[in-house]
Each structure stands twice: as structure tokens, then as C-alpha cells.
Design a protein around this ligand. Structure first.
Ligand SMILES: [Mg+2]
Length: 267
């Protein structure tokens, strides 16, 4: 690689936690404890945002707002967001250990990038303690980004580009166009585009399909293809330059971006 200087990966659903299950478990549980049932689909809709922003978005969905009013005889407010977030944090920490295994092939991609002199960064919607827990677990399995940032570090999360911009400074990139943001959610793609970077969506291992590798393997071929295609469409509609099924299959997309940069193209 001559032109690509850095690749910035998301964590859950992209490099760890196949299917992005950990945040779904914790978010649905924190609402259930308040007597408000939300579906996995509700929890996945705005995945990738900073977790407090994510909880606020869920509460704002009309059917959940209605369920809250039925339960409490009043509209949810910012105090409820704060309370839910406070209760969410320890729940998320509890399930992280269980769902932080690296996605097969992700450590190898990071290792190949380093051989080519490409730096590896990470951004997330988790808090700093959650990020540290995931990083500890991932490092034991051979994946350790050079820098990993969370919304706490920069004053806000996706779709703002701030985590990516800070990483660009830390890596001393020659231009934002020398970096590629890789992630499994619409907000990952927005983050990368807002930072002026190339973006690659991840379909099969991510939040949009939302299944473990074992559960995907149990699907019929047609159903598997349909779900992966739906994830691909969603990420392309968000503006992704490319979509791959897994971060492990990133290389051809990077080669294409490298060719475009050499031809003078920009994201
Ligand atoms: Mg993710």
C-alpha cells in the first residue's frame, strides 16, 4: 500500500462480537427492567451511536414513547435517559466478556496491514471502561489496534467524525483521503464520510444481519444470501464506497481504493 496510510475499524460486529450481540442484550435488558419491552430490532436500529445517544433514540421511537407513557403515565424525558444509561453501563460490562471474541480473520487483516506500513485504529460507541474490557479480551486473541477511541475521549460519538479526526492527527496522516473507515452500521459509514475518509461497510458479521456465525450457518443458502444482501443494501444506501461480508475479506476493497487514490480519485 502506497497511498492508504490507515484503516480505522469499528469494534462490535466488525472486528469483535460476531452479530453485534452484546449491545442488543444489554439495551433490551435495561428497558425490560423498566417494564418496557423493546425488540432486538428496536435495539439494532440506531446501533453504532454513543450508547447514551442510542438510548435517547430508542425512547424517541413513537411505539416505545407510547409504551413508556402507558407504563409511567408521562412522556420519557432526559432524566429517564440518564437513569437508563446509568443502569445500562454495568449490564453492558457484565455481558461484554461473553460476547467479545474476535471475528475470525480480523487479527490477520490487521497484521497484513501493518506489514504494508498501514496503521490500525479503532472507534466505538462504547464508553471507555467498556472499550478497555473489549480491548483486553481482543488482545488475548491477537487483535490490538494502535489507537482505540470512544466518544468519551472526544466529546461525542457517531455520526460526528471526531474520533476519526483525532486518530488522523495521532497517526499524522497526510490527508483524510489516506484513511479508510470500516464498520457494520449506518452510523459507522456516516462517521467515515463526515471525516472525509473512504468507507467500507461490513455486512454478514455485523449488526444488520445480527447473528452468530453458527446461526448464519444454520440458515438456508437462500435466506443467508437474502439477509446479507439486505445488510449490503442498507450500508450502500448510507453511502459506503464498498461493502464486504466480513473484515476478514477487506483486501480487495482496499486494493480498489488504492487504485483510485493512485488515479487521483478522492472519497
Ligand atoms: Mg459495530
Amino acid at each position: 500500500m502506497k497511498r492508504i496510510e490507515a484503516v480505522i475499524f469499528d469494534l462490535a460486529g466488525t472486528t469483535v462480537d460476531h452479530g453485534s450481540l452484546a449491545p442488543v442484550k444489554a439495551v433490551t435488558e435495561v428497558f425490560a427492567r423498566q417494564g418496557v419491552r423493546i425488540s432486538d430490532e428496536d435495539a439494532r436500529r440506531d446501533m453504532g451511536l454513543f450508547k447514551k445517544d442510542h438510548i435517547r433514540k430508542i425512547l424517541a421511537a413513537p411505539h416505545i414513547d407510547l409504551a413508556w407513557r402507558m407504563q409511567y403515565r408521562r412522556a420519557p424525558d432526559e432524566k429517564d435517559v440518564e437513569k437508563l444509561f446509568m443502569e445500562f453501563a454495568p449490564l453492558q460490562m457484565e455481558v461484554l466478556e461473553q460476547y467479545s471474541d474476535v471475528i475470525p480473520g480480523a487479527p490477520d487483516v490487521a497484521a497484513r496491514l501493518r506489514v504494508h506500513g498501514v496503521k490500525v485504529g479503532a472507534t466505538t460507541g462504547y464508553t471507555r471502561p467498556m472499550l478497555e474490557a473489549v480491548l483486553r479480551h481482543a488482545a488475548l486473541q491477537g487483535y490490538a489496534p494502535d489507537i482505540a477511541l470512544c466518544p468519551d475521549d472526544v466529546g461525542g460519538g457517531r455520526p460526528h467524525p471526531w474520533m476519526c479526526l483525532r486518530i488522523a492527527i495521532e497517526f499524522q496522516l497526510s490527508s483524510m483521503a489516506a484513511a479508510v473507515k470500516v464498520g457494520d452500521t449506518v452510523s459507522d459509514i456516516q462517521e467515515g464520510l463526515n471525516a472525509g475518509m473512504w468507507t467500507v461497510g461490513v455486512s454478514r458479521t455485523g449488526n444488520e444481519v445480527g447473528l452468530t456465525a453458527e446461526d448464519i450457518a444454520a440458515l438456508t443458502e437462500g435466506e443467508r444470501a437474502r439477509r446479507v444482501q439486505r445488510a449490503c443494501d442498507s450500508l450502500m444506501n448510507a453511502g459506503a464506497h464498498y461493502v464486504v461480508e466480513s473484515a476478514a475479506l477487506l483486501d480487495p476493497a482496499l486494493e480498489r481504493i488504492e487504485e483510485r487514490l493512485l488515479a487521483g480519485d478522492r472519497p
